[in-house]
Design a protein around this ligand. Structure first.
Ligand code: URA
Length: 239
């Protein structure tokens, strides 16, 4: 395995950051400083150190976040041949990586990816009510009574929506940006809630899943979750 890939997988830094660590002379293999980017290591045999500290591959589950662009379907395989989120998995993605829940084809933003089937299952279970924060650009500007409907519950074809948090973060003459935090995960729920108050969604982005924030991760990019983020997810799931 290439040394920069080993370092990235072990969580020492991103792939680019790992290359920087190497060229800065901070990485050694079996006691010898290695700055050559093509260097290969055997994770089972070689001892890799960063700043003198041994780095090992964690052999536990993988947890990543992806900033999903519009146009990709959240499925492992699409019979219609559309681009899928799998096309955006990092090249060193482990076998068994899959998305936690789904975002619609046209929805952008935070999608968690993991090999941890048990945690994914628990997180998606409606009982856990993990809050998910969205920014929706809608047609027209909702008034206070529309916002109250969103907060209290609107009638959808599969029943009333549960209480949600809703606020307008921006308004222009003919459009508005609404922040909505929902604790359910019904199909196309945000779009349906906003259509129900006659303010259809033109653009939808998920910014947070529980305590996990998308931050400034570029569209189309992915990164491993930090151990604090994984701990927060496990906490939200009660596992
Ligand atoms: N609600 C939607 O309408 N679409 C999504 O992708 C997620 C939540």
């Amino acid at each position: 395995m290439r040394l920069q890939k080993f370092l990235a997988r072990a969580g020492a830094a991103s792939r680019r950051g790992s290359e920087d660590l190497m060229t800065a002379g901070r990485v050694s293999v079996n006691g010898v400083v290695v700055g050559e980017l093509g260097t290969k290591v055997d994770p089972n045999v070689d001892e890799v150190r960063v700043d003198g500290v041994v780095v090992r591959l964690a052999d536990g589950p993988t947890y990543l976040m992806l900033n999903k662009p519009a146009g990709y379907v959240t499925t492992m395989k699409d019979p219609q041949g559309r681009p899928t989120v799998v096309d955006l998995f990092p090249p060193d993605a482990p076998a068994g990586l899959f998305p936690v829940g789904r975002l619609d084809q046209d929805t952008e933003g935070l999608l968690l990816l993991t090999t941890d089937g048990e945690l994914a299952h628990v997180l998606m279970h409606p009982r856990h009510h993990v809050p998910k924060r969205y920014l929706a650009t809608v047609g027209g500007v909702p008034d206070e009574s529309d916002m109250r409907w969103l907060r209290d519950g609107v009638r959808l074809d599969d029943g009333m929506s549960a209480p949600a948090e809703a606020r307008i973060v921006k308004r222009s003459g003919t459009a508005a940006v609404v922040e909505l935090i929902i604790r359910e995960g019904r199909k196309r729920q945000v779009r349906r809630m906003l259509s129900a108050i006659d303010h259809p969604v033109n653009k939808l982005e998920r910014l947070a899943f529980g305590a996990i924030e998308l931050g400034d991760l570029p569209r189309g990019a992915s990164r491993p979750l930090t151990s604090d983020e994984v701990a927060a997810l496990k906490d939200a799931a009660g596992v």
